[in-house]
Design a protein around this ligand. Structure first.
Ligand code: FEO
Length: 409
């Protein structure tokens, strides 16, 4: 179906974003069963402005929408709140038809865009509190870093009482009615998006929410999913509560034990190690056979964990595919310094130990030294060893200072 939809957000601000019903996986790892939208906005002020663009593969549709609302040569500013290519992907093509435009963003955003575009462009770097006159309207920029890249800002348009937040308060949810009072309920999509994208940066989201609290807002114009005109207060409050809960959870020690098991031997070790950890003191332990676990759930577990112990059998001198997928979900910026371990069962030779240990170390986790792989079936002696390993891991975790939330630079 041809997407020509343009919507009035206010009399002078139009949604010119893209509806992507067909996407099934976002950023390679994020399930998007409800599709998504790449929201872009046109501000019809004395000086015309665009806020954010869309994914590159929708350039033709996107540029047609821009042309339908203005003469692109009249666009003076393109504000890029966040440079990830789902929002900046059409920028280069837009600049070709809008040669008079100045790109506006944070210092990090301008630096990233130079690498993304591969050439110089007219730009304006803005800081927290800066304003930009559009003649009869004003843009105010709010520093909101690390949501979820170091480049992120919010943009406020006081005359229309609109706040543009890009990824924050968004969701991967596609419905062409676009406004939250028309699209129907999408709470699970909102929660999933929060958990995967924003929760690791809860401290920064709380700081950003403090900054927007005094603003007079009618609508929050997100970068993905519905425009929030009836539920923005609830979504901000929900995001704040979830962020506070996430920070509180981080205060409590929690060990995640993801494993795969071919003949239940690695599974028995996982359970015994977990018992050992619990016997060390006040520690939550979550064991998970990850053979069929959705990536989003794994990511949420990795985020919450202060310790991670990875278990695998060895097949043909290698560990299992799902373990490599798990490594891909470990985020060194978020997980750096977390205590980590390795265990498993093998038949011929024990390559798994080094394979898991080296991957965890390369991902900047702090790998303990007494990791254990056993031959075939764990019997009494191996089970005692596994319990002692868990106990020792638990004690080390209780001695270790909690990892502070990552400061991105
Ligand atoms: Fe929707 Fe972080 O890009």
């Amino acid at each position: 179906m041809k997407d020509e939809k343009v919507l009035d957000v206010t009399k002078d601000v139009k949604w010119v974003g893209i509806l992507d019903y067909d996407i099934v996986t976002f950023d390679v790892v994020m399930e998007t069963k409800y599709g998504t939208t790449y929201n872009s906005y046109f501000i019809d002020a004395d000086k015309k402005a665009v806020v954010d663009t869309a994914k590159n593969r929708f350039s033709e549709t996107y540029l047609n929408k821009i042309k339908s609302v203005c003469d692109p040569a009249a666009i003076e500013y393109i504000i890029i709140n966040h440079t990830e290519p789902d929002h900046s992907g059409c920028l280069d093509n837009l600049l070709q038809i809008a040669p008079n435009a100045t790109v506006v963003g944070s210092g990090n955003a301008i630096r990233y865009l130079k690498d993304i575009l591969g050439h110089e462009f007219r730009h304006l770097q803005v800081r927290d509190g800066d304003t930009l006159s559009l003649g009869n309207k004003t843009l105010k920029f709010i520093g909101a870093p690390n949501l979820h890249w170091p480049d992120s800002i919010f943009t406020y348009l006081p005359e229309d009482r609109l706040l543009f937040t890009c990824d924050s308060f968004g969701a991967h949810f596609c419905n062409d009615l676009m406004f939250d009072d028309l699209t129907g309920e999408y709470d699970d999509a909102f929660l999933y998006y929060f958990n995967v994208i924003l929760k690791p940066y809860s401290k920064f989201l709380i700081k950003a929410i403090e900054k927007i609290r005094p603003l007079e807002i009618d609508q929050i114009c997100t970068g993905h999913g519905p425009i929030l005109r009836s539920t923005w207060k609830q979504r901000v409050a929900q995001s704040e509560a979830l962020s506070l809960e996430a920070l509180k959870m981080r205060e409590k020690r929690r060990v995640f034990i993801p494993f795969v098991s071919a003949y239940h031997n690695t599974a028995i070790l996982a359970e015994t190690i977990a018992e050992g950890i619990r016997s060390a003191g006040e520690i939550d332990v979550h064991i998970c056979d990850i053979e069929n676990t959705p990536f989003g759930e794994l990511d949420a577990e990795l985020t919450r964990a202060s310790g991670i112990i990875v278990g695998s059998p060895i097949i043909n001198q290698n560990i299992i595919l799902q373990i490599y997928q798990l490594f891909a979900l470990i985020n060194p910026m978020r997980d750096k310094g977390k205590l980590a371990g390795a265990f498993g069962s093998y038949g011929w030779s024990g390559e798994g130990l080094k394979l898991i240990e080296s991957n965890l170390a390369n991902l900047k986790l702090k790998v303990v030294s007494d990791n254990m792989f056993i031959k075939f079936t764990p019997h009494k002696e191996e089970l005692e060893k596994a319990h002692a390993y868990g106990l020792n891991f638990g004690k080390l975790l209780l001695e270790q200072e909690q990892i502070p939330e990552t400061e991105c630079s």
